[in-house]
Ligand binder design. Sequence first.
Ligand SMILES: [Zn+2]
Length: 217
Amino acid sequence: MLQIPIIKYILKQKSILVLSAHCDDAPIACGGLLLRLKEESKSSCRILSVVFSGGDDEVRKKEEEDAAKYFGVELYRIFSFPDTGFPNHWYEIKTNLFRLREELGADNIGAVISPRCEDQHQDHRIIAENAWRIFRNHMIFEYELQKYEGDLSKPNLYVEIPKEVAEKKIQILMECYKSRIIHNWWKEENFEALMRVRGMEINTEFAEGLTARKILI
Ligand SMILES: [Zn+2]
């Protein structure tokens, strides 16, 4: 398996900004990538998670904090925008993303990982569209989320996930997000299944599929 080369050449000493509309979005979609980034960067870059809802829910906030530790991510900010109501707050969300960019320093951000612009969930889409508006000279990688909308992507970027990393990702999800067990889709098998499908597409066992929306060289 190749090391993730962009870490060495482009992202070194820079921050990777990971955006989620809801707690658990990025961990479900690209938890394996986060674990690989942490391991392979040898801490040479900061991985900063920004979540746009759940900050006013003590249970969900604590779950996200716990999961972030295991994924090796800094939970940099967790906002309290209303779940499913992001379209009514798109300008505030845009303003907050702008402030984050200024706070961190645009030149210090190496890449942004966000939901997809084509995501059918309105909250995910607002984050993705605003990421595109605010991070103009940054690389943007978009993750896919399996959900009721049935809007999986056709990935153009595959991240091979070693078996032990795939198992660790699933273990963190199941142990940290206990409040999610009420959902009948919150199952190890579902998380494993998509990684297996994406793995099959690159002739390996497990992978995560992303869209490389914007690449700068
Ligand atoms: Zn979500």
